[in-house]
Design a protein around this ligand. Structure first.
Ligand code: ZN
Ligand code: ZN
Length: 222
């Protein structure tokens, strides 16, 4: 999930999610707290819910100097926007996620570092490094936020979803019914919906309980 570039790209100390540990010092036990509000980066979320790009993300973190590096512990709060997987209505709420990550000192250049990077390439334990005094929180935030998101967000717990015949939100019109002829019209409608909104998860997705994050395409048809 994390991007490789987070390890190796040179960091810009002005980047909103790059933090400076210089004032912390390297004496183990030293502590520093930071609060920062930044604009959310692009694509922070899943297909159905996420933090809108540019939305304010409130980050509170604590940097702690330890023997091998800086331990970063914190919380992020941000608005979430998405879509109910049953009725497809837009939904908005507040989200928060906790994170903790160790950024190792870059003195571990050489064999130790290459070992760590090799381990990561194999999908084993991952080591993040400080670059000078800087670290990039973005990959850590991404993991924490995405893991905290609901897999199947709903507008309300008892959302009745869409009418399987005509697609009308049942919350708006719970008592309507259909005669036979509607099936044909709905088949055409469904085809239309399938071509114009291929990424949309359908209301049926949540009935497939065993398929979290099924792609929109798979869930279009039963
Ligand atoms: Zn709903
Ligand atoms: Zn209907």
């Amino acid at each position: 999930m994390r991007k490789q570039k987070a390890l190796n790209a040179p960091l810009d100390h002005r980047a909103p999610l790059v933090f400076d540990t210089r004032e912390l010092g390297r004496r183990p036990g030293a502590l520093k707290r930071i609060s920062r509000t930044v604009e959310a980066p692009e694509d922070l979320g899943t297909e159905v819910i996420g933090v809108p790009a540019g939305a304010p993300m409130e980050i509170e973190l604590r940097m702690e100097s330890v023997m091998e590096g800086v331990l970063v512990t914190g919380t992020v709060r941000a608005p979430l926007a998405g879509e109910c997987v049953r009725c497809l209505e837009p939904l908005a709420r507040e989200g928060s996620a906790d994170f903790q990550e160790m950024f190792s000192y870059p003195e571990t250049e050489g064999p130790a570092r290459r070992q760590a990077e090799a381990a990561e390439a194999e999908g084993d334990e991952e080591t993040l490094f400080l670059q000078g005094d800087l670290f990039d929180l973005e990959p850590v935030l991404r993991d924490a936020v995405v893991l905290s998101l609901p897999l199947q967000p709903v507008c309300r717990d008892d959302c009745p979803g869409l009418c399987p015949e005509c697609g009308v939100p049942l919350a708006q019109d719970p008592d309507h019914h259909h005669d036979e002829a509607v099936d044909i019209r709905w088949a055409a409608l469904r085809e239309f919906a399938g071509t114009s909104r291929p990424e949309e998860p359908s209301a049926r997705q949540d009935k497939q309980e065993k398929a979290p994050r099924a792609s929109g395409d798979e869930s279009q048809e039963k």
